[in-house]
Design a binder for this molecule. Sequence first.
Ligand code: FAD
Length: 386
Amino acid sequence: MSEQQNAPLALTQLGDDERMFRGTVRQFAAERIAPLVREMDEAQQMDQGLVRQLFELGLMGIQVPEEYGGAGGSFFEAVLAVEEISAVDPSVGVLVDVQNTLCVNALARWATEEQKRRWLPRLAADTVGAYALSEASSGSDAFALQTRAVRRGDDYVLNGQKLWITNAKEAGLFVVFATVDPAAGYKGITAFLVEKGAAGFSLGRKEDKLGIRASSTCELVFQDCVVPGNQVLGEVGKGYKIAIETLNEGRIGIGAQMLGLAAGAWGHAAKWAKERKQFGKALVEFQAMQFQLAEMATEIEAARLMVYNAARLKDEGLDFLKEAAMCKYLASHVAERVASLAVEVFGGAGFVKDYPVEKLYRDAKIGKIYEGTSFIQLATIAKLVL
Ligand SMILES: Cc1cc2nc3c(=O)[nH]c(=O)nc-3n(C[C@H](O)[C@H](O)[C@H](O)COP(=O)(O)OP(=O)(O)OC[C@H]3O[C@@H](n4cnc5c(N)ncnc54)[C@H](O)[C@@H]3O)c2cc1C
């Protein structure tokens, strides 16, 4: 084979399977999600029928291997799904993102064979997952967590509270990080698989949020919650490694969520600019408007290249740490800027709930906060480039 034939494809060029997959998700988002967006946002509630459809379409177990009932897809496909869904509703985007890039991913990599046989088919079929690391006093400094796990016979007893847990209301399985030895610092952190309904485990307050309001964000409360020893995920004391590595990958998913949001907002703005007339012309005929839309499109393209590159590096088993942090940092910045400009393109109509850009503007803010704030991404990038 010549050297040229070995050259990698352009990043945004999709393979046949990828193109078909994206087309299916795009159509699903337009036909099934779009009509529910406003109602779910106002009710602060994910539509249960929609969650079922996401499972039926295989979008909740994209990377679950076929032998465990999943779609056996790539990480890149998970990223494509999050992007396409988030272009229509970033709340649904984060539901799919946490399921695939954090929960399924953590189990696929660290679960025992017995745990995989028990949980992966369910995660692919009907069980939503949640990922519980943050606490009131440990956000950016995640390893300062205080939830305690004490060994009792073959079991562990969990006590403490988790805060800000996405998908908590819908979830049947929680990946929970607790410490078996506070004196050991991060080396005490251990991951546990906790089932909904476990004795001593309950949901606390549900947050009333600025954006992604249909996505549930709740407190988790553990009061003498007994978790069987065979539900430790990975090794005792190695939970920090699971957290670091899953979040490194998860950041690409959030990059995809923000990329999708920006692309969605741009699409609405471009359509509006073509339809709305002022001074006897469509807005898009004014050069100032054209340049604004062109600049947004350029920023979106840059974010897309970075997100796709990070995802493809991950699928190839290559280093992607720097690229993951950079793509999340940039995509969340682009999403906030594009959504803000989209509101302006709509004028007064952009400021009211009758049009979709008002919600996307509110939804964009979270990209700079969760799975590592923008400052935390910059700290990671600085460590890697300096
Ligand atoms: C809607 C939502 C969903 C979430 N979902 C989940 C979830 O599913 N699971 C989960 O475990 N967590 C989740 N989180 C928690 C989220 O990851 C944290 O909120 C985030 O990591 C920031 O932590 P914090 O809120 O404690 O802010 P802090 O860590 O207190 O940060 C406050 C500010 O200080 C800055 N800062 C902190 N340290 C430094 C530093 N060293 N240098 C410079 N600046 C610094 C931060 O960048 C930020 O600007 C969610 C949060 C929200 C709002």
